[in-house]
Every structure is written in structure tokens, then in C-alpha cells.
Design a protein around this ligand. Structure first.
Ligand SMILES: [Zn+2]
Length: 265
């Protein structure tokens, strides 16, 4: 099987042209004509992950975050991005990223996975883009309904447990039961107005800044579980897409926790 066949299966779920204009999803390093020896799936591509791929005889890394995000002017190994690229090329390892295009699809997307983990049903896109010619429902964030209403305290415990969050930074509780939940993996503060407009009781995401928390204004509870924590099950999602298309092929999931944030508690 060629690398291009894996890419084809991934892009059937999340077409590359659905990525945001600032993004860099797609094949970043390598030759799609090469035969696949093994696939390693990770959230980020770091030098550690390239080493892991080499040790596991995987010549394709599929990551959510693109390691090259802006232009590289030299490749001298001066930072982790350059080191990652150099090590990948040196070891003949391809790097493929499936980022905002995977965020933006409803079916088998990043936010659908979060919704699945939280037990949300009746899911719809939070901020829809106009219908795409390919007939894919796409846009940012997902809104879904809990199978039964929970108290806010109960939902926070549920959220912490299901998303394996170390800590949840949240705004003042409103005292209302939680039924509708808006989610956005990664940095989702741009979707707060949509979450409020949709009358969600909670907005679950990552990377909220201090001043942005004020904007909840008791209309919603913002729950920031961390960027990594919100997207960690994307690895499981990507592996499932590959396995579904190639049942005899089992991709490896990276065992290197790539979260650069460590909690001192
Ligand atoms: Zn992210």
C-alpha cells in the first residue's frame, strides 16, 4: 500500500480544501508514492515522535497539527520544527497533517469525537459554512444534547472524567441544569458568540484568555479543559478512519505525550 492510499482515505473524510486559509494541512514531508511500512498517529510531530516512528518502523506520521505552519527560511536544526523536518527526511519518514479540515467536518471530525466522548447526541455544526459541493456538512464547533440533563457540578465532574482533564478553568456557574453543550477542540474562543446564540448551557474548549472569560456574562459557562486535553482523542479518531478503510492495517498511536504543558499541582 502506498502513502497516497492512506491520504486518499483520510481526505475522503476531511477533504483538504476544507482547511482554513491560514492552515497547512496535507503532505508536509515525503513522497506519497512510497510504500507504507507503518503509520504512527500523533497530535503533534516533534523530534521525539520522529524517533518513535523510526523505532516502530513507521515511515508515515499522521498528525493533527502541521509541524510546518509558517515559511521556513533555513533548515539548520535551530528549533524543534527544523529538527523534526531534518530527522524525518534523514530517516525517510513522511509527515502528513490533517488539521482544520478535520476540525471542520461533522462526520468523523475532531468535535464529533469530543461529542462522542461526552455522550452528546443530535449533533450539529455550531458555525456552519455554506454547503460544500461535495455534500459534506462542515463548519466550526459542534452543538449537541446530553442524553439527560445534569447539574452543573455533575457535568463538570463528567467532563473532567471523560476528557481526562487535569484541571478545568471555568466561569461562574449559573445554577441552571446542563443539557445543550457546545464544543470546540483546540483554541475555540472565537466561537463563544455562536455558543451563546445557540443557547448552549456550557461551552467546552481550550486556550481561553483571562479577558475572554468575562464575555460569558452568565449567559453560558465557559469550560476550558486545555488545548491538548480537548484534542487528545483526535489520535483515536484518525486511527479509526485508517482502520475502517484498511481493516487489516493497524496504525500505531504515539506513546509520547506531546503536551508541552505540565501541571504542577
Ligand atoms: Zn489544536
Amino acid at each position: 500500500m502506498k502513502i497516497s492510499e492512506i491520504i486518499h482515505a483520510l481526505e475522503a473524510v476531511a477533504p483538504r480544501n476544507l482547511q482554513e486559509s491560514y492552515d497547512n494541512s496535507g503532505l508536509i514531508v515525503g513522497d506519497s508514492d512510497h510504500e507504507v511500512t507503518g503509520v504512527l498517529v500523533s497530535l503533534d510531530t516533534t523530534p521525539d515522535v520522529v524517533n518513535e516512528a523510526r523505532a516502530k518502523n513507521c515511515n508515515l506520521i499522521v498528525s493533527h497539527h502541521p509541524v510546518i505552519f509558517k515559511g521556513l527560511k533555513q533548515l539548520t536544526g535551530n528549533n524543534y520544527v527544523e529538527k523534526t523536518v531534518i530527522e524525518a527526511i534523514r530517516n525517510n519518514i513522511a509527515i502528513y497533517a490533517i488539521h482544520t479540515n478535520l476540525d471542520n467536518v461533522l462526520d468523523s471530525g475532531v468535535n464529533g469525537k469530543i461529542a462522542e466522548k461526552l455522550g452528546l447526541g443530535e449533533c450539529e455544526i455550531l458555525r456552519s459554512h455554506p454547503d460544500h459541493p461535495e455534500g459534506v456538512q462542515f463548519g466550526a464547533g459542534v452543538l449537541g444534547r446530553l442524553s439527560r440533563p445534569m447539574s452543573e457540578e455533575e457535568f463538570l465532574a463528567h467532563l473532567k472524567n471523560r476528557m481526562q482533564a487535569h484541571v478545568i478553568r471555568h466561569t461562574r456557574l449559573t445554577g441552571k441544569p446542563v443539557e445543550m453543550v457546545a464544543v470546540c477542540g483546540g483554541s475555540g474562543s472565537f466561537l463563544l458568540p455562536d455558543a451563546i446564540r445557540s443557547e448552549a448551557d456550557f461551552f467546552v474548549t481550550g486556550d481561553f484568555k483571562y479577558h475572554e472569560f468575562f464575555d460569558a456574562e452568565d449567559k453560558i459557562v465557559i469550560a476550558d479543559i486545555g488545548h491538548f486535553e480537548s484534542e487528545q482523542f483526535t489520535v483515536e479518531l484518525i486511527s479509526e478512519i485508517i482502520t475502517k478503510n484498511f481493516p487489516k492495517f493497524a496504525p500505531d498511536s504515539s506513546e509520547r505525550g506531546t503536551n508541552p504543558i505540565i501541571y504542577y499541582t
